[in-house]
Design a binder for this molecule. Sequence first.
Ligand SMILES: Nc1nc2c(c(=O)[nH]1)N[C@H]1C(S)=C(S)[C@@H](COP(=O)(O)O)O[C@H]1N2
Ligand SMILES: [Mo]
Length: 259
Amino acid sequence: MPIYRRKIVRPFDREALLKEAHQSLDASARRRFGKQLLSLGALSLLSGCDVTDSKSAQDILQGMSRWNDRVQLWLFDPTRLAPTYTEAQMTHPFPFNAYYPEDQTPVIDGSTYKLQVGGLVRDKRSWSLPQLYALPQVDQITRHICVEGWSAIGRWGGTPFHIFLKLIGADLSAKYVAFQCEDNYYESIDMQTALHPQTIMAFTYNGKTLPVKFGYPMKLRMPTKLGYKNPKLITAMQITNKYPGGYWDDQGYNWFGGS
Ligand SMILES: Nc1nc2c(c(=O)[nH]1)N[C@H]1C(S)=C(S)[C@@H](COP(=O)(O)O)O[C@H]1N2
Ligand SMILES: [Mo]
């Protein structure tokens, strides 16, 4: 679970800051620190940034969240699989979620759609849907966990992302893959998760073409990451070493977002 949970904007107030930081630790971290309040020194250690009185709570907690990203990446086992489920365990109807209501989801025209590829890749050609559909596909039933307090089991089908990344000659030693979406949502993930065997470019939901509301024509489905890390309606991607952030991440959600 991410340590950093809430967005806090507040001018520097030493006591309030330490209290806020303490409360934002998750339960296990709080247990480790016990009842005592963190010191500025401990905060420096946690956030990986030198905490001085001039820093705002926002800066420090952002630093802690980035430190937490590094720990999650370090703990991430690229061979460990997320649980899979049976068809009988699927959630019907599968919930829709976005930062706008369902009827405002942009409709992408599949006949002119081109997935753009950029950054640290050998082959920057863009991909039409027939070209994408010709790639090998798998089907998996996994649980999607949204931080807004719901989870649901769904069935997505598509191409393992590692196959695509190798095909386009992506620099697999790069740190990030960034995505842009038709609705202006954006996200980015660590390369380890991009290469995870269960990370797929999903083109179908429950055996049928991915519905508009679930991200037609393509979403990235990762059962090892929380809901907001799974971008729908993807139009472009880049391989990069420059930290790209994400729509919710940039508003305070933890970037790594492991589930
Ligand atoms: N393009 C785009 N992708 C997105 C979002 C969004 O608003 N736009 N919301 C995210 C969040 S918070 C969740 S929980 C899931 C919801 O996916 P679903 O509609 O398939 O349930 O999509 C994620 N990906
Ligand atoms: Mo979500």
